[in-house]
Design a protein around this ligand. Structure first.
Ligand code: GYE
Length: 334
């Protein structure tokens, strides 16, 4: 069911982007912005409703900022921003609100994959094009014009391959801090990682959601430590940096040394995570680039102008060990 895209481009910089071909029939919602994809600066204002997940993580803050910068008045947009506080029903209601306001286009960062069919159909019936950013949905790809995001499964594979190489040859008891249940990154990062460690001596002893938040990561890790004992956990795989940072607090409070007694692998490579990697408290981070705003704005402009829009496979993420993090940290944009 998942929409597939044609090309994955290996790029070296965190801010490098590419549009790749995948046609889609964007709706014609009537605005006539600039067709060049630079945000419609020479045309009428494009009114865009953006349904963000919430503000759960450092990644999310960087993504929101990137979107607000790209969808500025200066660039020819009026952005109606909604953050749903990780509440899926509220997010769907926000989209319904955008439909009844008659916006020119709707952008959604869907909290979870399932449950989007009806409201996406309602947007289609109202001739309002929808562009997905960040996370994917299970609904038919006829119901949206484009998706702009990242390869979460590949991120999980990269994290798992590193774990397999470093720890897979000896008995290693691992706990997993999952992202939001039902979200594309939680699903796909688990799938990719599990496939990569198959056949190694890494044993997953428990896996629970920490909802992509620092507090969630901390309290789930406290529970793991209580249940298994701090000496019986060798490795934490956290689906994002914030949960890893929460786990670090729990590990320290239990008298153990994060990054040494208990190894930690996470995903995102936001500033605080990279700093913890440099400090030796996290052992490895796979990047997930949140700076999607310019690409999404260009796609919205194109769709609203009735052009064939390119659907995007966005960036092959980088990955960092301690030395790589030390080298990269001074120039990180988020
Ligand atoms: O990894 C996490 C955030 O959907 C890729 O959501 C995003 C994830 C990101 O809360 O930190």
């Amino acid at each position: 069911m998942k929409k597939r895209f044609l090309t994955s481009m290996a790029l070296t910089g965190a801010a490098a982007f590419a549009l790749t071909a995948c046609s889609s029939d964007g709706g014609d919602a009537g605005s006539s912005g600039d067709a060049s994809g630079d945000g419609g600066s020479s045309g009428d204002t494009i009114v865009v409703g953006f349904a963000q997940t919430g503000s759960e993580s450092g990644w999310r803050s960087a993504n929101t900022e990137s979107m607000k910068t790209a969808f500025s008045e200066e660039n020819g947009f009026e952005l109606i921003f909604n953050a749903a506080d990780n509440d899926t029903a509220a997010q769907i209601e926000a989209v319904r609100g955008f439909i009844s306001q008659g916006v020119d286009a709707i952008v959604i960062a869907p909290i979870v994959e399932d449950g989007w069919d009806d409201v996406l159909q309602e947007a289609a019936d109202a001739d309002i094009p929808v562009i997905l950013e960040d996370r994917t949905v299970s609904a038919s790809d006829d119901l949206y014009a484009a998706w702009i995001g990242l390869d979460f499964e590949q991120e999980g594979v990269k994290a798992g391959e590193w774990a397999a190489e470093m720890y897979g040859g000896e008995e290693t008891k691992m706990v997993v801090l999952e992202g939001t249940t039902g979200s594309a990154p939680a699903n796909d990062r688990a799938t990719g990682f599990d496939a990569a460690i198959e056949g190694t001596m890494i044993e997953k002893i428990d896996s629970q959601t920490g909802d992509f938040t620092r507090d969630g990561g901390k309290s789930v890790m406290e529970g793991f430590i209580q249940n298994y004992g701090v000496d019986n956990i060798d490795l934490v795989y956290a689906h994002n940096d914030d949960m890893a940072l929460g786990a670090i607090e729990a590990i320290k409070a239990a008298g153990a040394v994060p990054g040494e007694d208990i190894k930690i692998i996470s995903i995102d490579a936001v500033h605080d995570g990279m700093q913890a990697l440099v400090d030796g408290e996290i052992n490895y981070i796979v990047e997930c680039n949140p700076l999607l705003g310019d690409l999404v704005a260009a796609a919205v402009s194109a769709v609203v102008n009735g052009e064939e829009v390119e659907a995007v496979q966005y960036v092959e993420d980088l990955a960092f060990d301690q030395a790589a993090a030390e080298a990269a940290l001074p120039d990180r944009k988020y």
